[in-house]
Design a protein around this ligand. Structure first.
Ligand SMILES: [Zn+2]
Ligand SMILES: [Zn+2]
Length: 458
């Protein structure tokens, strides 16, 4: 192992400049989900220059063109397939000083993407795959951040995508069909340690709530209008009053944004769109509490004489890190940077979400954090600062994990895969369940007397 560790460390460091350059380029070219064409093109060129043959999501004859790709590395010996993945997308955050066209990598996905190139380059070094069995799939995935929900619904209607989350879309396309176990690293601003990991995080349903009122002159004839903005505010207030009915173990989160009036200040707004998620620690809890949210929206619309269209789509599933697998990752991190620089907490639960949760719903997976960023994640002061930690340590750690999983006839990977109890027994069962989250309702309909029919659930 000592020799192998040396080979891995040397290989990661050999391609430091290439990895750093990729991070810089992608940071300087931020693009939000399903539009990451510049980063995609850059990485495709780099991967191909290293000799990799790629399966590209924009060249799949069966599906719409989206960024992202994967490549398979065969160790030459039979065994399971490990998928290591990185994300491509940035966030809309126009107030970040280094935002470009209103976008910035304030979640640090530029680091993940660059790290994937570092891994790809390192794995071309002689001897690095020695002793491993099975295959390694390196995957660049678009659209992790669940944003621009109306844009994604448009893409869905056009048939470009079927699901809003990049990994969910890749799962639907079959890009995970041969994969047995998965791994990824997310960048972090943790100052205390170099690597960290928790037990898992929330899933969610994604929502577009469109309140429909009636325009009128805001000064002269407000009595002739129906204020869609007020109806939306009332709906949000109703959910705020429902918060105490949310149960602590379900870790429900509801964080709506009003998308803004589409008319002038002297007009009663006839439309107000609310985007939100309902997050929770299980898909069952999300479904249960989401019903209350939809009921509140219908009630608020009714109170104002307005209408409301409810559009629910599958978001992400709750993410669970297999403790046996976590332990293996922890040991690799400790071997690299020392015990005092690694903190794996087997109980801590995050109320954020990732479509990596959809992956762990059907196979074992660990998403751990590499430190080195400063400022607030999703904030205007976020910067990838310590690139040695964020990128090079991350390359080393992930190859060490791959080696430990796949060495000795892939004994560790086989044990983890064998013992893992996924949320769903199969990909088909997973899709069947998340599809039940789909909802399209014109929730309040009035008859000629002004009586209403309420319909907010399937
Ligand atoms: Zn994020
Ligand atoms: Zn992120």
């Amino acid at each position: 192992m000592a020799d192998k560790k040396e080979i891995i460390i040397k290989a990661a460091e050999k391609y430091r400049d290439m990895t750093f350059a990729a991070e810089k380029f992608i940071w300087e070219h931020p693009e939000t989900g399903y539009t990451e064409w510049t980063a995609n093109e850059y990485l495709i060129k780099e991967f191909e220059a290293l000799g990799y043959k790629l399966v590209r999501a924009d060249q799949d004859p069966k599906f719409g063109k989206i960024p992202g790709f994967y490549t398979d590395i065969d160790t030459g010996k039979p065994g399971p397939m490990l998928c290591i993945m990185g994300e491509l997308d940035a966030l809309d955050i126009a107030n970040h000083p280094q935002s470009v066209n209103g976008m910035c990598h304030s979640c640090g996905h530029c680091c993940q993407a660059a790290t994937m190139l570092g891994i790809a380059a390192a794995l071309t070094e002689p001897g690095i795959l020695d002793g491993m069995s099975g295959k390694i799939r390196l995957m660049l995935v678009p659209a992790e951040e669940m944003i621009q929900i109306e844009f994604r619904e448009e893409l869905r209607k056009k048939g470009v995508i079927n699901y809003f989350g990049g990994k969910v879309e890749f799962m639907y396309r079959g890009y995970f069909d041969d994969v047995d176990i998965s791994l990824m690293v997310h960048s972090s601003n943790n100052k205390d340690v170099d690597f960290a990991c928790g037990k898992g995080n929330n899933g969610f349903v994604t929502k577009i709530i469109k309140f429909k009122g009636k325009n009128s002159h805001a000064g002269g004839a407000p009595h002739l209008g129906i204020n869609a903005q007020y109806a939306a505010m009332l709906g949000l207030q109703a959910v705020n009053d429902l918060r105490e009915t949310f149960r602590e173990p379900d870790t429900i989160r509801f964080h709506p944004i009003l998308k803004g009036a589409t008319c002038a200040v002297n007009i009663i707004p006839d439309e107000m769109v609310v985007e939100t998620y309902v997050r929770g620690s299980s898909n069952e809890a999300v479904k249960r509490e989401n019903k209350k949210v939809n009921r509140a929206m219908a009630g608020a619309a009714l109170a104002m004489g307005a209408g409301v269209e409810l559009t629910d789509r599958p978001g992400y599933s709750a993410e669970f890190h297999d403790p046996d697998y976590m332990k293996l990752v922890q040991e690799c991190c400790e071997e690299l940077v020392g015990k005092d620089k690694v903190k794996f907490n087997y109980e801590s639960w995050s109320t954020g979400s990732s479509d990596f949760g959809d992956v762990t719903s059907v196979m074992p997976g660990v998403q751990f954090n590499a430190s080195g960023a400063t400022g607030m994640g999703h904030g205007i002061d976020y910067y990838p600062t310590d690139l040695e930690k964020l990128l090079i340590n991350s390359v080393k750690a992930q190859i060490l994990v791959a080696d430990r999983l796949l060495k000795d006839d892939a004994a560790n990977a086989k044990r983890i895969i064998e013992n893992y109890k996924p949320t769903y027994p199969s990909m088909a069962a997973y899709f069947e369940d998340i599809n039940t989250l789909n909802l399209d309702k014109d929730a309040v309909k009035y008859d000629e007397n002004g009586n209403a029919t309420i319909d907010f659930q399937n």
